[in-house]
Design a binder for this molecule. Structure first.
Ligand SMILES: Cc1cc2nc3c(=O)[nH]c(=O)nc-3n(C[C@H](O)[C@H](O)[C@H](O)COP(=O)(O)O)c2cc1C
Ligand SMILES: [Fe+2]
Ligand SMILES: [Fe+2]
Length: 395
């Protein structure tokens, strides 16, 4: 049971911490669990609930509302239609018969389809429209594509709180209401950004522009603890969405019998000798979220795979697919690997990453276990990477 807590007078956190969840969207590893935050605002005239929780935790939300002795809710503001926040809507609407779901037209349409909520339950609002709760006012700010097309943010004007739903969120189960451990949150929020927000980097820039003139004292997201010093996360986002990359090479790899692995080991040392930060990821043991985090600001990726059944190893295919859809701001790409008799590994891999606006640095593809000339070729690759980084003022 997740404890309800007061954030400010008449504003409560009533959602649920999911300590045990280890996978999100059947895809994203959650090493630290997560939370589905929901907020209750008691105005002098009206009561509003901001987002709900994942349906698996709806009993916790209901208990918290009971404990607060809430016998009517006027508005359930729905910032985002995804079920980790909207999934408890049918249950809440069932208990609070007069409540209306406040959202935009697109989100209404999605909620009618995803959760079969009848049309007469909705109040739709436009960008920058406000709703009064008496002594408190909610302003709705359209923020499409963070990370679905229907998303909005809700700003509580008098208390200067931005309810940002997934934006700025972190998958982190914690008993802290507000942030305490900054390093921990930075990592968790970066992981969240990498996995959920990075594909929409350009449009998030525009959405940050939209909120830059708001006076924000608190950012209350729908995953993870609340930011009482919002500049911490806003500055982190500014860095992540900027076009700047770091003097860093990441090497996702697979090796069945050790030949490609020997190449990776050699290249790691060659890059270290050149003062380039390097992060190899053995894909058989890598938490894919760690790979995603490193994609946020690395300059270069070197994909390493043996040839298997003519093409790249299927696990490398998965990593390449993921990298392509996450659209990191990587600037350079190369491919290395070992083969036995022949194939199309490089061509197949390069065709898998059309979204990446990268310059291809000459691959190093060798037969069998690496020999002296192959190590020279890897030195050449390390030199090429260093030169490219220098030419682009990354070093
Ligand atoms: C299941 C399997 C399928 C393979 N298919 C090919 C292939 O289609 N073409 C090729 O050149 N080599 C193929 N090979 C050989 C490997 O590419 C070669 O042994 C390479 O050196 C393995 O590198 P590694 O030690 O990094 O796993 C295959 C090997 C295995 C185990
Ligand atoms: Fe979401
Ligand atoms: Fe979410």
């Amino acid at each position: 049971m997740s404890k309800l807590r007061q954030i400010k007078p008449d504003i409560f956190s009533v959602g649920a911490v999911d300590w045990d969840r280890r996978l999100f969207d059947e895809l994203i590893p959650l090493p630290d669990g997560t939370s589905y935050n929901s907020y209750l605002i008691k105005g002098s005239e009206k009561i509003a609930l901001i987002d709900t929780v994942d349906p698996t935790k709806q009993h916790e939300l209901v208990e918290n509302l009971k404990e607060l002795k809430i016998d009517k809710i006027d508005y359930i503001v729905t910032n985002h239609a995804e079920q980790d926040h909207s999934g408890a809507l049918p249950e809440i609407l069932n208990i609070y018969k007069n409540a209306r779901v406040v959202t935009n037209k697109k989100c209404k349409d999605m909620l009618m389809n995803l959760l079969l909520i009848p049309e007469n339950k909705f109040i739709t609002v436009n960008d920058r429209e406000t709703i009064s709760l008496g002594d408190k006012t909610l302003e709705f700010i359209y923020a499409p594509w963070v990370h679905w097309p229907e998303t909005i943010l809700t700003y509580l004007i008098e208390d200067k709180i931005l309810f940002s739903c997934d934006l700025f969120g972190s998958h982190l189960a914690t008993s802290d209401l507000f942030i305490t451990d900054k390093a921990k949150i930075y990592e968790a929020a970066k992981r969240y950004y990498a996995e959920i927000m990075m594909p929409f980097r350009t449009i998030i820039k525009k959405n940050l522009e939209k909120i830059k003139d708001l006076e924000i004292e608190i950012i209350a997201t729908s995953h993870g603890p609340i930011y009482d010093k919002p500049e911490f996360i806003i500055n982190a986002y500014k860095e992540w969405i900027s076009d700047d990359v770091k003097n860093e090479v990441i090497i996702p790899y697979i090796s069945m019998h050790g030949s490609t692995k020997k190449m990776v080991d050699y290249l790691v040392n060659a890059l270290m000798e050149r003062d380039i930060t390097v992060k190899p990821f053995n894909l058989t043991v890598t938490d894919i979220g760690e790979l995603a985090i490193s994609l946020v600001d690395a300059a270069t990726i070197v994909i390493a795979s043996p040839t298997i059944l003519v093409g790249p190893h299927p696990t490398v295919v998965y990593a390449a697919y993921l990298t392509n859809v996450l659209r990191p701001k990587i600037k350079f790409l190369s491919i290395i690997g070992s083969y036995g008799w022949g194939g199309k590994m490089v061509k197949q891999l390069s065709d898998m990453i059309p979204n990446l606006k990268v310059e291809l640095i000459d691959p190093v593809i060798i037969k069998g276990f690496p020999k002296e000339d192959d190590f020279k070729a890897l030195d050449r690759l390390a030199d090429d990477i260093l030169r490219k980084h220098k030419e682009n003022n990354i070093v």
